[in-house]
Design a protein around this ligand. Structure first.
Ligand SMILES: *Cc1c(COP(=O)(O)O)cnc(C)c1O
Length: 450
């Protein structure tokens, strides 16, 4: 039989709607709360921060939402993305299972973040917004949004987590090329930043702090809105283009995956690939396992608590019902910067609580090892975040072999690692260590919020 490695869709076959899991969830998530009144948040509460169309999407229960023409046009510069059968990885594992990956590293930004950067910039543009602020961890989100804002003629100010700002100068350079202003966070530019710096002048920063800074600027300036790269319902919605394409591609290959795997920071790339497959479980009686892999040093899904918490450190966001380690939690300086976030998206949190998705945590050295095996076999150098998904896929293949069965495994390669080579250098020279997070550390952090 002739061997097919890449499963492609033509531009004409690209889905034109995002899928909203809210329509099909057996238990709808509890509402976000206004931190002052403790009442469910209203659109008016959010209007200073987000454009109205995104506020609508945040609460929508429509099953499908049309992707605007202008967004589709820009998607087509890198979508549909291929699914690739990882024959070489399979061979090196000696597995009987089939491993496929969806390659989201081929966008201009090198990651899946472009899928929501483009529509977010577009809706802001349509509502006359002149300037956007945002946070970025490893710089993936910042660079994705920088180009989208440049395209739609919007100014962008990026608060970049200090440790990544220092470790990843080339991501900052990318943002500058796309015409954005980038500041290390915590910064002196905001009250939230100044407060942290007073107590911890050497703070490595965190996504939670950077979100506080970016939101503060947007809240204070009427012509400025804020944009978030993960966690929120509308962000997860935009990412479902990944899974919608993947369903068509797996059909083309005559396959249905047994398990779909994604790494987990705030939940956007996992949800993007997994939610459309979850629809097949909920609506068509399929039984596809949907598996998240998070870092053992930032384990909100496996060791956090389901409760209302803030999405940021200063407590400016609505209170969200989610799995969290506490909004003051500062994760160890692991190299997958995009996974250093204390909470999990509301939709993914509810689905985990209901047992509809699975969660596993892994240490970074195991993941780097998997990433290097992937690079040496498939040729693609993965983003450090994506190595968690690869390690998860390898686990599944090994487990299947132990059980004497063959599984069809699909994972999301959320991005490439060409700008993360310093982390690989550390790993290869033996300088990367695993951080053992104690129960006491987690309890202390959670005690501060309950
Ligand atoms: C941001 C990022 C992640 C983590 O964020 P999610 O919202 O959980 O997807 C994972 N991989 C890459 C490449 C990223 O840029």
């Amino acid at each position: 039989m002739e061997k097919t490695t890449k499963i492609l869709l033509s531009e004409k076959e690209m889905p034109t709607k995002w899928y909203n899991i809210m329509a099909d969830m057996p238990n709808k998530p509890m509402p976000p709360l206004n931190p002052k009144t403790r009442k469910p948040i209203t659109p008016e509460d959010l209007a200073p921060i987000f454009p109205m169309e995104l506020i609508k999407q945040e609460a929508s229960t429509e099953r499908y939402i049309d992707i605007p023409e202008e967004v589709l046009d820009l998607y087509k510069t890198y979508r549909p993305s291929p699914i690739i059968r990882a024959y070489e990885l399979e061979k090196s594992l000696g597995t009987k299972s089939k491993i496929y990956y969806k390659h989201e590293g081929l966008s201009y930004a090198g990651s899946h973040k472009a899928n929501t950067a483009i529509p977010q910039a577009y809706y802001n543009k349509m509502e006359g917004v002149k300037k956007i602020t945002t946070e970025t961890g490893a710089g993936q989100w910042g660079s994705a949004l920088s180009y989208a804002c440049q395209h739609f003629g919007i100014d962008l100010e990026v608060y970049m987590v200090r440790i990544s700002y220092d470790q990843k100068p080339f991501r900052k350079m990318m943002m500058n090329i796309y015409n954005a202003n980038v500041y290390p966070s915590p910064s002196n530019r905001t009250e939230a930043g100044r407060k942290i710096l007073e107590q911890h002048p050497d703070s490595p920063g965190s996504l939670g702090i950077a979100i506080s800074e970016a939101m503060e600027i947007a809240a204070k300036n009427p012509d400025t809105k804020y944009s978030l790269g993960s966690v929120l319902n509308h962000v997860l919605l935009h990412q479902t283009i990944i899974g919608e394409e993947a369903i068509l591609q797996m059909e083309k290959a005559g396959e249905l995956p047994d398990v779909v795997i994604g790494c987990f920071g705030g939940g956007s790339n996992f949800s993007g690939i997994a939610f459309p497959f979850l629809r097949l479980n909920l609506k068509e009686g399929k039984n596809i396992r949907l598996k998240t892999i998070e870092p053992a040093s930032c384990p909100k899904l496996t060791r956090g608590k389901f409760m209302y918490d803030f999405g940021d450190t200063a407590g400016m966001t609505p209170l969200l019902p989610m799995y969290t380690l506490g909004h003051n939690f500062i994760p160890a300086e692991i190299h997958a910067g995009g996974l250093r976030y204390h909470g999990a998206g509301v939709l993914a949190s509810q689905l985990l609580k209901d047992g509809l998705i699975e969660a596993t945590a892994k240490y970074q050295t195991e993941c780097f090892e998997a990433g290097i095996q992937f690079a040496r076999t498939e040729g693609v150098i993965p983003a450090p975040e994506s190595t968690y998904a690869i390690a998860g896929a390898i686990d599944e293949a090994r487990q299947a072999d132990k059980e004497g069965v063959s599984k069809t495994i699909l994972f999301n390669l959320s991005g490439h690692g060409h700008l993360d080579l310093a982390s690989y250098e550390k790993y290869l020279s033996g300088k990367l260590q695993d951080h053992e997070l104690t129960n006491a550390e987690i309890e202390t952090s959670l005690a501060e919020i309950s």
